[in-house]
Design a protein around this ligand. Structure first.
Ligand SMILES: NC(=O)c1ccc[n+]([C@@H]2O[C@H](COP(=O)([O-])OP(=O)(O)OC[C@H]3O[C@@H](n4cnc5c(N)ncnc54)[C@H](OP(=O)(O)O)[C@@H]3O)[C@@H](O)[C@H]2O)c1
Length: 249
């Protein structure tokens, strides 16, 4: 599957989502549609929950791309320093403040923290596009990771973050490379999985803006392949990802 056609604007200003002209998106007063339309062209507010290696790096490159980013973790002082180094488009807050601030959320915590994050954020994630980088690693995260692997990481995250419009992404490349893809735009593919076409389109835009070419491998059930140690792990071209994804079920 390819996300290139997931969200395009036609001459009448309608948005095409997954190949279907969605007339409703041209009507004012529909928050969901309005959000998707804005996401196609305007700068976004991004809430980062988990401002460690991945969250700090991705949040930083999105700040450089012109978005407004609020960083959060359980260490507000760390996040204030991080934001101060990135300039006026960056700020710091609690995880609940970041979730309320963000039109799009990046959740990037150790998997063992995800149940608490889900409870803490509660309704704040409902209806929001959430990019989920979190990998269940039993040796690090314990029983919750074993459960998530059995269920599949995408479906498990959806259960822990009820109501979120989850897109799995950035799961199996090293954080140190996440700020470098823009040096050769489109060369490296980013496999993603999600059930919500508009959430996929918004995430795809953010992924493309920092230099990766998003490749939708399927719905959240396919998120089980977006982890270290799977055939899709590591840096690959978009075509390589498509070829590998075609062999997976
Ligand atoms: N490292 C990589 O190259 C890489 C690549 C792809 C995917 N991943 C996955 O992405 C996730 C993040 O990895 P990472 O390497 O960035 O980890 P990390 O450097 O340890 O950062 C984790 C962040 O989550 C925060 N955190 C932990 N518990 C929290 C909670 N209950 N509420 C809010 N924030 C919390 C931590 O800060 P406090 O502890 O101060 O709260 C920290 O800011 C993991 O699931 C990992 O498997 C990692």
């Amino acid at each position: 599957m390819n996300v290139d056609g997931a969200m395009k604007q036609d001459r009448r200003g309608f948005l095409r989502v997954a190949g279907t002209t969605t007339a409703a998106l041209a009507l004012g007063g529909l928050p969901f549609a309005a959000h998707a339309a804005r996401a196609a062209t305007e700068k976004l507010k991004i809430g980062v929950v988990g401002s460690g290696r991945v969250g700090g790096t991705l949040g930083g490159v999105w700040v450089k791309a012109g978005h407004e980013v609020m960083f959060s973790s359980r260490d507000l002082e760390h996040d204030k320093k991080l934001a101060a180094n990135l300039g006026p488009n960056a700020r710091a807050g609690t995880p609940r403040e970041a979730a309320a601030f963000g039109e799009v959320l990046l959740i990037s915590v150790p998997y063992r923290a995800l149940p608490d994050v889900g409870k803490d954020l509660g309704n704040l994630v409902k209806g929001k596009v959430v990019i989920d980088t979190c990998n269940p690693i039993p040796s690090r995260d314990g029983d919750i990771a074993t459960w998530a692997r059995e269920k599949g990481a995408g479906l498990a995250s959806a259960e822990l973050l009820p109501g979120a419009r989850i897109v799995r992404g950035f799961n199996a490349i090293g954080y140190a490379r996440m700020g470098a893809a823009h040096e050769q735009p489109g060369r490296i593919g980013m496999p993603i999985a999600g059930d919500d076409a508009q959430a996929v389109a918004v995430a795809s835009r953010l992924i493309r803006e920092i230099g990766y070419e998003p490749v939708l491998i399927g719905g959240l059930a396919m998120g089980k392949y977006l982890m270290p140690g799977t055939p899709l792990a590591g840096e690959r071209t978009p075509d390589q990802i498509r070829q590998i994804a075609a062999t997976l079920k």
